[in-house]
Design a protein around this ligand. Structure first.
Ligand code: AQP
Length: 332
């Protein structure tokens, strides 16, 4: 089987963007690929955070991923900082990466503007660590949301640079997108994002979700209940596309364009369909977070051992190609 690698940051609660933009694909693809999914805590420390909260966030994220349908037996879900080697490979890749390529990365420019007071080297180097994450397992496919496509293309470049400088070593990976690669935030202006406060959390209660959905912006031209709307200009319609099936979808589209249904009815129907997806996830999370917590911790530890062995082999191979001493071995 080909190798799949992907990651997610423990920077907050998983939202619909993460789920429909990426995680739903991971759940589907885990049956077709040898899958490595990493809780990328080393990435998460590039923005301001509270150290005492990090262990809890990491375990919560892993638990949520299992609740979303990541298979404990099949998928190698692990914590990035538990595997030495990612940072070593980053350094080797740093030595062949032109600075200009990092400075033009969209995510770096966004984060630099967002965290103006603390722009650290880690933020700039983020794509190089991501390339190391993927290539240390010789990842061939990388299922991500649209915002990460530029980083996957960068990873292909890194592999190309390394292979041409030191000989064939790394595959050139491909990004895989879902049919909803950019889920809009509740503000309707930008992608749904943990740091933007415009999210619907996968584990939120129906009451909390309704408190966010009911006042959310819709088509700005639909001022009165009797005004016909344009679904394509409405964030809630973009959410219906994630969870509502035919023939209800067409019925809602027609209802909006003819003013047959109002925005509140439309939102209620979205919420009902959304909860059919989220209720089972919340229930599984409840079970795992209670009596299953030890099982999650043990699984993460066992997976880290597997990852150390694979990562250690790649580091030895890369060092050999680069003319560095090969005796060093990562202890498992
Ligand atoms: N709105 C989105 N639509 C589609 N896909 C998305 N992803 C994130 N937001 C959307 C995808 O989810 C995966 C894991 O994301 P992450 O937490 O590692 O990275 P992120 O892009 O930094 O997530 P956030 O919520 O936007 O966090 P902040 O606010 O901290 O920057 C990735 O595959 C990502 O593409």
């Amino acid at each position: 089987m080909k190798v799949l690698f992907t990651g997610i940051q423990p920077t907050g609660d998983i939202h619909l963007g993460n789920y429909f933009g990426a995680i739903a694909n991971w759940v589907r693809l885990q049956h077709e690929y040898t899958s490595y999914i990493s809780v990328v805590d080393l990435h998460a420390v590039t923005i301001p955070y509270e150290p005492s909260e990090m262990p809890g966030r990491v375990i919560d994220l892993a638990t949520t991923l299992y609740a979303c349908g990541i298979d404990m037996e099949k998928t190698i879900l692990f914590v990035q900082s538990e595997v030495p080697g990612h940072a070593d490979l980053t350094w080797m890749f740093n030595a062949i990466t032109p600075l200009g390529e990092l400075e033009r990365m969209t995510q770096f420019k966004d984060k630099r503007d967002q965290f103006r007071a603390s722009v650290n080297v880690g933020l700039l180097d983020y794509p190089v660590l991501q390339a190391a994450d993927i290539l240390i397992y010789k990842g061939e496919v990388v299922p991500v949301g649209e915002d990460q496509v530029q980083h996957v293309e960068f990873t292909r470049e890194v592999a190309r640079h390394f292979n041409s400088r030191y000989g064939p070593t790394f595959p050139e990976c491909q990004a895989l997108l879902t049919k909803s690669p950019r889920v809009l935030g509740l503000d309707g202006d930008s992608k749904m994002s943990k740091s933007k406060g415009n999210t619907i959390g996968v584990l939120e209660t129906p009451e909390k979700i309704w408190a966010k959905v009911s006042p959310a912006k819709t088509d700005p031209a639909r001022v009165r209940r009797t005004d016909p709307g344009t679904p394509e200009k409405c964030t809630i319609w973009s959410y219906h596309l994630l969870v509502t099936q035919e023939p209800e979808l067409t019925e809602i589209h027609n209802g909006c364009t003819t003013a047959g249904i109002g925005c509140i009815d439309c939102k209620k129907r979205f919420q009902a369909n959304l909860m059919k997806v989220l209720d089972p996830i919340r229930e599984r999370y409840g079970e795992l977070a209670g009596s299953g917590r030890k099982m999650v911790e043990d699984r993460l530890e066992a997976n880290a051992v597997k990852c150390r062995a694979v990562a250690g082999e790649t580091i030895r191979e890369a060092k050999g190609k680069m003319g560095l001493k090969k005796v060093w071995k990562i202890e498992s």
